[in-house]
Write a protein that binds this ligand. Sequence first.
Ligand code: GLN
Ligand code: ZN
Length: 764
Amino acid sequence: MTVSHILGYPRIGAFRELKKATEAYWKGDLDQAALEQQAQKLRAAHWQAQSDAGLDFASVGDFAFYDQVLNVSVLLGAVPERFNAAAEVEQGEVALDTAFRMARGRAPSGEPAAACEMTKYFDTNYHYLVPELHQGQTFTLASTRLFDEVAEAQAAGFTPKVALTGPVTWLWLGKEKGGAFNRLELLDGVVDVYAAVLTRLAEQGVAWVQLDEPALVQDLPAEWQQAYERAYNRLQAAAVKILLATYFGGLGDNLSVATRLPVAGLHVDAVRAPGELDHVVDRIGPHRVLSVGAIDGRNVWRADLAALRERLQPLKARLGDRLWLAPGCSLLHVPVDVGAETDLDGELKSWLAFARQKLDETVTLARLLDGRATADDEQRLADATRALEARRASARIHRPAVAARLAAVTSADSRRGAPYATRAKAQREALSLPLYPTTTIGSFPQTGDIRADRRAHKNGDLSTAEYEARMRAEIAYAVARQEALGIDMLVHGEAERNDMVEYFGEQLDGFAFTRFGWVQSYGSRCVKPPVIFGDVARPAPMTVRWSEYAQSLTDRPMKGMLTGPVTILQWSFVRDDQPRATTCRQIALALRDEVVDLERAGVRAIQIDEPALREGLPLRRAEWQAYLDWAVESFRLSASSVADATQIHTHMCYSEFNDIIGAIAALDADVITIETSRSDMELLDAFQNFAYPNEIGPGVYDIHSPNLPDIDWMVTLMEKAAERIPAERLWVNPDCGLKTRRWEEVEPALANMVKAAETLRQRA
Ligand code: GLN
Ligand code: ZN
């Protein structure tokens, strides 16, 4: 029989119960015992769901109060010194609050300390806590939580399969602290603790342990490839069977590394790397289990069970019981249950499968392959086929006008009329800006009043007319404040926007929104990405009336404010029936219409934010250029309709530009504002080395900090910037939007920023 399993289940709960409990605990409204109880309840429910669906295992080890990588750091006793937990590590039980302090700097008990760094997990929007590694570091089994959860599952009658981040990937995700060294020096010490963990799990009666090694889908230096052999040779003595889990991509040049390891099974992501499956089968050997990740763990679409059955039948014939089935990766990355969606129309709903539904799909597919399908399975197969046929043919998805327009795009459509130097001259005349012009990134404080108004409007307690009047008042206030501060290029403040993607998605055709489609982003923070299901078009202007109104209040230039096509794509669930590039270009054309209308309405500068450009980079370097090509083209498609004198801005808020500086230059935005304040302007080296040709506003102060930025400090930073970029091409601005700050913080900070710009002009 084909074993069906999952690599992990979302832990937040269908209604974000874990978020609510954890935040209540942090606030002191819930005690630790009650928090643990809520967690236990959720785990039990998730195991029950897996069992009800008919999976062969219950996944244990995928639960985390904050992050599964942090769990492993705690398990290994890798707690940085500043958290004062040496005694806890020694006693083999790191406290929950210690883990919370590692994650967020503070917890109901214990001294606050600087939190560990957080970063995105591979190419997902999930953030993990970066393991801190130092030379000579020792490791010891420092938590019993995992074993307790195993016992908990067993006591409730479930058969656990334990899921853990593997030792090499854990090190790969870590970062050297306190001086550079080769972190592979730590491998043996780490693997020793893993060996102890596996022994203990074997004693508990666990048969299978899944070690997640997604680092294997990335470009690995040779010594890291070799590390796999060293680590897994050492672990083969364990009395449990190891399932080595890879996902998010193909193994590529790591294929023979992975298939040579002495493990009992290998999991591959056949959704992300369908072409590699046959090679893996050829090399899996006569004894290993091959777990095929056939159901999409990263997206929300219902699986084509009939097609999958056909595709997998030959594999089944070759592998027999050594074929296992699963989603491609952990279901952590999809929402919990489409059944909870009451507002989505039935047709759209029938096209979707969230985590709960993917359990059923996995089991049904396994039974279909085994020839032991139940009547329910046959029904599910028929339903899936019918839904997919309807989806393929639906007029809601396919808009011939959109396709025709895209087909007619020429290279001229993504080129401005004149080169930057000519445009800059026209813009200087049109905008009459001083040297070192000041501006902000777009948003002003989203006050409690604004959010209350929006909620009231959504609930129907505030009429649209009244809501819009209040938002206009907020805009007028923001414009008046900026004029009083003496800022040169103004923004309307984005009061009317809930979120920089949702706001646009709600007004574009082809987007749908769920009520409970939450996905964990980090810790207790969840996001609810829109679903792009169909061809994208803009039925009506989206921002024009707000920008037009804002411009009418002032003689100074007002920036129109849009979210870029790549960012909208990146922060949504994207349709899987056409290339992402095509969807991105459709969004770009919709935004292009908006740009045209803004310009026509008299807006002389338009900012198209692309904070997600870098995070869209594929995991393999060989694929970067193809991505960057269509990403850049999409941005340019949205921006290039305007006259020379209309100034296009863009904004990016991350700090590693080196890799993509060529692409950033290729955007050919007249002005880019970026986050640099925390790097002392060193970031501009990338721009200088590349001889970046256009204008730059290097953020002069960190908006994430409540501290008032010092005038001299900002002047010094800009002088450093001027050593790298000619002053004529520099702007003065904060490093990101101000929506999370209060007006009491924003006004003095901007006043200092304006004074800094005045000082710079005097000295020039
Ligand atoms: N214009 C947006 C704002 O100011 C940009 C946000 C972002 O960079 N993520 O809020
Ligand atoms: Zn930003």
